[in-house]
Structure formats: C-alpha cells, structure tokens
Design a protein around this ligand. Sequence first.
Ligand code: MRU
Length: 347
Amino acid sequence: MMMDRRESPAIQWDGEELILLDQRILPLQEEYISYRDVDSVAAAITDMVVRGAPAIGVTAAYGVVLATKNRLAASSDHWQEDLDGDLERLAQARPTAINLHWAIERMRPLLDGDRESLVKSLAAEAEAIHQEDIAACKKMGDLGAAYINPGSGVLTHCNAGALATGGYGTALGVIRSAWRENRLQAVFADETRPWLQGARLTAWELLQDNIPVSLLADGASSWLMKQGQVDWVVVGSDRIAANGDVANKIGTYAVAIAARYHGIKFMVVAPTSTIDQEVASGDDIPIEVREAEELFSCSGGRMAAEKAAGWNPVFDITPAELVDVIVTERGVVENPTREKIEALFSV
Ligand code: MRU
C-alpha cells in the first residue's frame, strides 16, 4: 500500500515498484523515479537519488524484495546463490551508513521461508521496517525536544529529515517536535558542501512545514555560536560505534568541537538501527571518500581552478566525549559510554 507522500516524501512502494524522489535535483525539480530491479536500486543509493542512513536502509529492504521477485521469476536452479550476489552488491552501495547492512540482515532470515509466499512476506517486512522507522523518528522527536528549553536556537548540519528517513526525520524530527511545542527561537542549517543537503533539502523540508530556517556557509557556524545564537546543535548519524563515537556528514566534527568550546550542547538523534555494536570505536568505521569532482563544481558549472586536486571524504567521526546526548527510540543516553549504549539494547 502506498504511504501518504507527506508522511514518507522520499520513498514509496506500490506493491510492484519502488518509487524514489530524486534528491539530487531538489528543490528546483520534484521528480520521481521508479525501480523494478536491485541493481538500479543499488545505483540509486550510490548516486544519491536517495540518501540519509535510515532512508538508505528502508530502500535496501525494498531492494531485497525486488531482487527476490526477479530471481524467482527467472526460475534458475541456482537462484539462491544469484540472490546472495544481488544482496552483496546492494550492501556495497555505500560504505558508512550501517542501516544499509542492518536492513539487509533483518530481511535475510525470511529468505528461508515458503517459496510461494516469499515475495509477499518480504514486502510485508520491508513495509514494517519503513513504518517502524517513521514511528522511531516520532518517538525520538519527542524525547529530544524535551531537552530543548523554550526560546532556544538550534543548529543542524546536513539533512537528517523526512527525506533522510522513512519519514519525519531524526534531527529534523526533534526540530519539528520542538517547533510544535513552541520551544524554538531560531533554526539554523549549515549549507553542507559539496552536495548542499542543508541548503537544498533541510531548508526545503522545514519551509514546507512553515518552520523558518536560516542558512549558513559551513564555515560560519562557530561564528554564529560566538554570537550566542545557538543553544543546541542537533544532528543525525550514519553509524554510531559501540563506545558512542558518531559518524556523520563531513563537517559535523568541526561543529562539535566549536560547540564544546562555546559551551553549547551537542545532540545526536539516531534510531538503534544506526548503532553498530560490532565496531568498538569510530576508528573502525569505514569513511566513504567520493570523487573529488564533486568538490570542483556547483549546479554543473566548474568553479575550481583547472588543475587543482581534491580530497572528498563525505563523513567524519565525532568522538563520544564531544556528544552530550544520543537520542534513540529506545531512550536517551547522556554522556555516552560503551556501558550505557550496551544497556540500551538490554531494555
Ligand atoms: O551523504 P548523505 O546525504 O547520505 O549523508 C547523510 C547524513 O550525513 C545524515 O546526517 C545521516 O545519514 C543521518 S540521516 C537521518
């Protein structure tokens, strides 16, 4: 069943096809692309049609449905090995967002089920992952908003909104809830070079909900803090290590350092599907490095000097000691440590 586009703007499933909003061209164009095979779903993740860790996870779950459907239809003797290869390629689509692997692993046990009803049961599981992510975001929104005192200024980085999740958003979920509760004086968003997720996506989303937002060049955030305009930094995450180190969009680390220097609180909002207990610390989280070409141009026009080289890591690690709270759907962890994060999973 299709979900309401306001509830889930980025991802739709109509029972046969996966329909993604093309986030590369927002907000100037609002176009949807339909997918019927797993390799094109993997390419959509790699190419940033869909992005944001939880949204990548939800998309991958539907990718598993399409892969299985096509392998069963081809009725080869080795469909299961072929399917393993499909899921392997899907898992490689982007390296940092752990939700991609989490979703594939959650779908995998169902593959041992009855062949006749397999596609139906996989589709039901993918839809459950999608719905649960929206519910988790709403819960985190309310838990996180409770930390924000009325009259506060918040700064966010990248886009951790409805577009980056099943719906409602993680960091933007907190901002949505806090706005509804009249807690916010001002919302600031870093533009987030080179893909401009802040300028293009966060601003688009917030303004659709009539939440006013001011954009900043990435380098301006510490100066904004110095003016006393920010009480909380609120961001999402692509992967949280067992010790509470946080991988998020490149530039998050710099914002966290500046926040600590200025005595500003730093909140990370992420569902437990983003916590990777297999990695001990941020040192073990793979950081995606994309083509330097992405740095050289803007809206298709070259800006950089012709022969300049470039380095384009798209995530960084904020150490747990710079994080004041991690908000999950299972509860909030203050001053995160390995023990406190472990305790979350025993609830
Ligand atoms: O490269 P992107 O746009 O996929 O990066 C997204 C982020 O860094 C988000 O902050 C993160 O995935 C959390 S989304 C709720």
